[in-house]
Write a protein that binds this ligand. Structure first.
Ligand code: LRH
Ligand code: MN
Ligand code: MN
Length: 426
């Protein structure tokens, strides 16, 4: 299933008049306020978010899984799906693979397919939270932190193998997320587990090519429910500092205890030049992996406000690896991802509307009310015409969800792949 340029052209014709009317009005208003609309639109067009290979099939809970059928069952098909997302949205120009779920059988063919769809290989993920087929050692009691040297060595070797796979595809970073931790008090010696993890990460870091980054993800609980070894950004930052300049902290929005001030975390990490990557999703209770922006869109905007500030003011921080880490049980996964991509663009566009100079002046004058007015003024703007324009400028569709449905994408995928497909991965 491919969406053609002609299909997109014909589809856009219908909505163009309405879009232009809304855009002209908004652009006029924003220009009067001193915004450079063309520059905002081009920043939106440039912003690309990686799609994780594991979000393309219906997600699940431990209680069950409900298929939407026509899901990809091979790496080729996963890349095809990202291609569909990218042709509609022009925002999904990268894929993030998970090893061993996505080991390519033919590297040249996979690269060629991705190239033809304009898709890059972003951060590659290792997996030491599941036991691998035929593996000698088990990760039941942890991987990089394990008390057994043989288990740690197996987990280190897996990460080194993942780097090699990513290197062949053009990836430039390795994301490590560990499930390591404990379920009951006393089960682990916190210090030993942390030190083992640091030493293992240093061994992985030594195998990192010069132009690569090591991204260290944290998470406070699940699947371990008493402690995790890398529980928060502080632990991740300490480990990254212990590895070296090419190691960074990765923030996943769902990996915080309730009410954590995530915008403050990303801000300080950027100040220190140590924010490496970002996983988008939304949550009500824990690591719910819900559609981005579906629960706390204002919080997402506040995070973007800090990210935009950091991107403009913190040259010491590298470009970030952006990825969606959401997957859902009851939505068509591609529709879910389109909604997430739109929510990200929306929060980004609103953050670009914050007048940073005005905000700084109000902060310096301790004008608390004005500070809030500035932020909320940007947040309350309906920026959707800007996002539509950014998509139109790069060959996407005015309304991706609408187009996805009118092109009968899911029906076509089911025709091609059959109903009984099972996505590999989570
Ligand atoms: C862990 C996590 C992490 C993994 C992915 C499969 O909760 O968010 O990023 O790699 O899920
Ligand atoms: Mn994640
Ligand atoms: Mn997660």
């Amino acid at each position: 299933m491919k969406v053609s340029k002609e299909q997109i052209f014909e589809y856009n014709k219908k909505g163009l008049e309405n879009h232009t009317e809304k855009l002209d009005f908004l652009a006029g208003q924003l220009t009067k306020k001193g915004h450079d609309v063309a520059s905002i639109v081009s920043k939106l067009s440039e912003f690309q978010v990686a799609i994780p290979s594991w979000a393309l099939g219906a997600g699940g809970t431990r209680f069950g899984r409900f298929s939407h059928f026509g899901e990809p069952s091979t790496l080729e098909q996963k890349i095809d799906d990202v291609g569909v997302l990218h042709s509609l949205t022009q925002t999904a120009g990268a894929v993030s693979l998970h090893i061993p779920w996505d080991v390519p059988s033919d590297y040249a063919a996979i690269k060629e397919k991705a190239d033809s769809l304009n898709i890059k290989f972003d951060a590659i993920n290792s997996n030491t939270f599941q036991d691998q087929k035929d593996a000698k050692e088990s990760y039941k009691f942890g991987s990089l932190s394990n008390t057994s040297q043989a288990i740690r060595e197996q987990a280190i070797q897996h990460n080194l193998d993942v780097i090699k796979i990513g290197d062949k595809l053009g990836s430039k970073s390795l994301t490590v997320w560990l499930a390591d931790g404990s379920c009951f008090p006393g089960q682990n010696n916190f210090q030993t587990a942390f030190q083992n993890t640091q030493n293992s990460l240093i061994d992985i870091y030594k195998g990192l090519p010069d132009d690569w980054k090591l991204l260290i993800e944290y998470k406070p609980f699940e699947p371990n429910f008493y402690s995790t070894v890398i529980q928060d950004w502080g632990a991740s930052l300490m480990l990254a500092n212990g590895c070296g300049d090419k190691a960074f902290t990765l923030v996943d929005l769902g990996h915080h205890l309730p009410n954590s001030n995530i915008e403050q975390i990303v801000s300080i990490l950027q100040l220190k030049g140590k924010l490496g990557g970002f996983h988008f999703n939304d949550s009500k209770y824990g690591d719910d992996d819900l559609t981005v922006g579906s629960i706390k869109p204002y919080a997402l905007f506040l995070i973007f406000n800090e990210l935009v500030y950091g991107m403009e003011n913190n040259p010491q921080n590298p470009d970030l690896a952006w990825m969606i880490d959401a997957s859902h049980n009851i939505k068509d996964p591609l529709e879910d991802l389109i909604q997430s991509l739109e929510a990200i663009q929306e929060a980004y566009a609103k953050a670009l509307l914050v007048d940073q100079n005005l905000l700084r002046a109000a902060q310096e004058a301790n004008d608390v009310v004005k500070c809030q007015e500035i932020l909320q003024g940007a947040y309350r703007t309906d920026v959707r015409p800007l996002i539509e324009k950014a998509r139109l400028n790069t060959g996407g569709v005015i309304s991706p969800i609408n187009a996805y449905r009118s092109f009968n994408v899911r029906e076509e995928l089911i025709k091609e792949r059959g109903r009984n497909t099972v996505a590999t991965g989570l």
